[in-house]
Structures are given as structure tokens and as C-alpha cells.
Design a protein around this ligand. Structure first.
Ligand code: ZN
Length: 291
């Protein structure tokens, strides 16, 4: 979440790793912002699915998430740093105005949060689509900057998403480790009214924290107080992306990019796959467990 300026020229290892993992990325190029076809759209040649690649089997109506719409919001944008004026523009955050977006943070060795969030979200999309969900991205590395936080919220709302997960990694101090899930506070002021979504968002967050811990083997962050250390959950009323949501939504901070041990995880593609599994399992549990 933290702002870090001057990231130009940093390592793009995440993008390269992703390209080699999923060579068909281009087929999804027009899918941000609700243009996705349904999971059963079109015929596909039979192939035992490995979760990615052209021609994989389309999950049918018996898939566990058939009919569900999941919006994944990869935090920041890898090229925000090239558009400082655009992302500094003030936009509505529900109860106040704030910057459109930020560059995001990075590991000390220069792996940007925005590359990490895109990679984890893309991996989670593959898993969720295999389970039958329709997955919409707020951005897929396919626009020069943003979207702004208010547009990120609107994309989830317009998709009538059953669940939205905004994927991030924190920029706290060295030695501060672990993940946390941010829930929307109950806010009814300005253009914000989260009263209808605080309860389902909490259920989504609880499932996500539980499954993310299980999938990654990591612990909740201890640097946000004892409650978060116990539950992996925290509540905020200052995030436009949460204040403006009308559908169940949480933010996931996968860990702290500024901690060397967490950073070592983030730069490992195998760990990012486990993180994505945690996201997919958390969303799946939320959508398939009676409230
Ligand atoms: Zn962030």
C-alpha cells in the first residue's frame, strides 16, 4: 500500500516468470472491466486441464463456482510510476478525496508490488475459472495507469460481483512479517454506504485469512496489534476501494515486501502459486459455505 516513487528500471522478473507460465495471457487482453465471457462460452477442444493454456476444458454447470462472478483487483499498476500526475489526481473515496492510485511498494531488491499483485491475481484467476467462476479483473496490465480507487470499486459493483478481492502487499518495516486481510468498516457518510456489505465482507475475510494461512503456511501480521495477530483481520474506513463497494469486498495484504524473509517468498513463483491458491480457496469457501 505504501507509496514508493522512483521505481523506474526495476526488475520485471515477475512478468517474465508469468509469461513463461501462461503463454496465452494475450487471450485475456480485453477482459478487464466486465467484458469476460461466461465460463461456458464457446466450444473448447477436450484436454485434461492443467489450469492454464489454450484449449483447456471449460468447467460445466456442476463446477462448484458455476454462475459466480469474482472480481480480482490487482493492486496498483506496473506503469503507474510513469504517470505521476494521473495517479495523483484527487478522486472520491466516499468520505473524503484522495489520490487516484499510488505506485505501490517494492521489495528492497526492487521487485514491485504491482508486478506481484498481477501475478498472484492471474494465478488465482486460472484456479477460479477452473472451478467455474466468471472472473473479472480491474486491470490486467493492459492500461497505462490506474484505474483509480473509485473506478476499481465501480468495476466490482457493475459486475454485481459475488466477491471482490483486492490483492496487495504491504510496505512496513524490516522484521514486520505476515499477511492481513482488511475489511470495510461500517461507513454511511458522503457517497459511502457499506452497511449492507460489512457482514458478508467479514465472512469473506474470515475464509480468506483461514485459507491463505493454510495454503502459504504463513502467519497473520503481528505488527497491527493482537487482534490482527490472532485473526489475520483488520478494519479500515479510509480506503476508497472499500468505502465505495456495494458488494462483498476485502483487501489482502499478502505480507510485507520490506521484510527480507517475506520478500524471499514473494519472489518465488512457487510461493506466489500457493498465495493464489489461498485466494481461490478463500473465495471458494465463502461462496460455497452457507452464511
Ligand atoms: Zn498496495
Amino acid at each position: 500500500m505504501a507509496v514508493l516513487a522512483g521505481l523506474a528500471g526495476l526488475c520485471l522478473a515477475g512478468a517474465l516468470a508469468w509469461t513463461s507460465l501462461r503463454p496465452d495471457t494475450g487471450r485475456d487482453a480485453g477482459r478487464a472491466a466486465g467484458t469476460s465471457a461466461g465460463p461456458e462460452a464457446g466450444a473448447s477442444p477436450a484436454r485434461s486441464g492443467d489450469g492454464r493454456g489454450e484449449g483447456r476444458d471449460r468447467p460445466g454447470k456442476r463446477a462448484p463456482l458455476h454462475g459466480a462472478v469474482v472480481v480480482l483487483d490487482p493492486g496498483h499498476n506496473p506503469t503507474n510510476r510513469e504517470h505521476p500526475r494521473a495517479i495523483a489526481r484527487q478522486v472520491d473515496a466516499g468520505t473524503h478525496r484522495k489520490a487516484c492510485d499510488t505506485t505501490g511498494t517494492a521489495t528492497n531488491s526492487g521487485y514491485p508490488e504491482a508486478e506481484f499483485t498481477l501475478d498472484v491475481a492471474r494465478r488465482a484467476r486460472a484456479l477460479l475459472e477452473d472451478r467455474g467462476a466468471t472472473v473479472v479483473f480491474t486491470q490486467d496490465g493492459d492500461r497505462p495507469h490506474g484505474p483509480c480507487v473509485d473506478e476499481r470499486a465501480r468495476i466490482g459493483n457493475a459486475a454485481k460481483a459475488d466477491a471482490v478481492v483486492s490483492v496487495h502487499a504491504d510496505g512496513a518495516g524490516e522484521g514486520q512479517r505476515g499477511f492481513h486481510v482488511i475489511l470495510p468498516a461500517e461507513v454511511h457518510a458522503g457517497t459511502a454506504d457499506t452497511r449492507a456489505v460489512t457482514a458478508p465482507s467479514r465472512r469473506l475475510g474470515e475464509h480468506l485469512a483461514d485459507r491463505f494461512a493454510a495454503a502459504t503456511g504463513t502467519r497473520p501480521a503481528a505488527y497491527l496489534g493482537p487482534d490482527t495477530a490472532d485473526t489475520g483481520l483488520t478494519v479500515r474506513d479510509d480506503l476508497g476501494g472499500l468505502n465505495l463497494t456495494t458488494v462483498p469486498k476485502v483487501f489482502l495484504e499478502c505480507g510485507n515486501m520490506r521484510d527480507a524473509r517475506d520478500a524471499a517468498r514473494f519472489t518465488d513463483p512457487a510461493w506466489r502459486q500457493r498465495a493464489a491458491l489461498g485466494v481461490a480457496d478463500g473465495v471458494t469457501a465463502f461462496l460455497t459455505t452457507p452464511g
